[in-house]
Write a protein that binds this ligand. Sequence first.
Ligand code: ADP
Length: 444
Amino acid sequence: VQDSYDVVVVGSGGAGLAAAISAHDAGASVAVFEKMPVAGGNTNGASAGMNASETIFQEDEGIEDSKEKFFEETLEGGKGTNDQELLRYLTDNAADAIEWLDSLGITLNNLTTTGGMSVPRAHRPEDGSPVGEYLVDGLIENLSERDIPLFLNSEVNGLMQEDGVVTGIEVTVGQTNQMFIQAKSTIITTGGFGASPDMLQEFEPDAADSVTTNHEGATGDGIKMAQEVGADVVDMEHVQVHPTVDQTDGFLITEAVRGEGAILVNQKGERFFNELDTRDAVSEAIQSLDEGYSYLIVDQTLRERVPAIDFYESQGLVQKGETLAKLAEEIDVDAETLEATVTAWNEHVQAGEDPDFGRETGMEHQLSEAPYYAIKIAPGVHHTMGGLRINTETAVLDEAGEAIPGLYAAGEVTGGIHGQNRIGGNAVADIIVFGRHAGEEAAK
Ligand code: ADP
């Protein structure tokens, strides 16, 4: 470890790794400090893809999209509360970021759709596998090629500040060696606070008792250390709750299970809501059941369309019945009711209309091939949309709206871009577009 660098990056998720690469390529000396024993943070768990419009890969597929549509649909998803300047920067620069990743050997050329977009805009690895680990592995390879040091087990405890200027960090390197490291620029990319019960309690008490899909390092450290040097925060109360989360270990059950045709039933064995309404609405419907949880019901063909279910089974999350009646027994639901629910659902699928709850998507396939499966789920904390206030140059702002010299931030640690509800696939766009930009700005 040197005692000074041009640029110090705090946290090694997608935002931090992208920032380190772009700062290095702009000519700066860079080091990354990561408190956990592994790199990648919540980015490792990103599954949907990276949203971008007017990309080379959309063009290859003949998909017509526009930056304006991407902007408008994201603003609608955020209920009109997004910071529009940041959002405009995101939607204008995502396509270029897709090409930048491609130039780094990270190719996201397989397109899919998530809730809230009118055309396929979520870019995934060629084989359709989850984007997160592929992205983190590819970025780390680029760090190695450039000899950019990445220090694991190295928690940053605070920022140094002289005459209002942030001049570096205080860090415990390798869990033992306390150091003060000088930097012309410090970039905070520590992610959100979805694994901090205290911060959830403070900002969104309703979410505090929920399980979380987050890795244990998502404790809002960067928000606190920036606040100590005068940073402002926005949207802290906007915490995204995902409706289908295993309640024992917080495994997220992908939205694709419903997208490919699963229904949700309550403990009586009845459907109770449009399963593919927005994340906040479905979560609320599950929470207002007396039992507070629900079962995803899956048949054999659906299971084959969603390979991730094999993984859920290996984690002990999937119950199985050779018939629907046997499955009902497994989950202690009345067999006749469950059979009647599935029969009615299959009729709706055939008719292409759901008179019970008005569902319109994920209705291509009936649930009719044995064996049948159930996955017990309830809502869980997934993403914290609030955080540090930044400008489009990724400078961290104080309460007067002035940039704090020497301090930059990008990724889930920042707030404003997603407004009140984040669209699946926009977190990855955020970390790459703004992480990359933070590196450029910090290297100036
Ligand atoms: P993003 O998606 O914004 O890149 P991630 O959650 O993927 O955010 O990554 C944030 C990373 O920052 C995680 O690996 C986390 O362990 C790390 N981190 C959080 N707090 C600290 C800290 N105090 N010091 C060093 N690293 C930190």
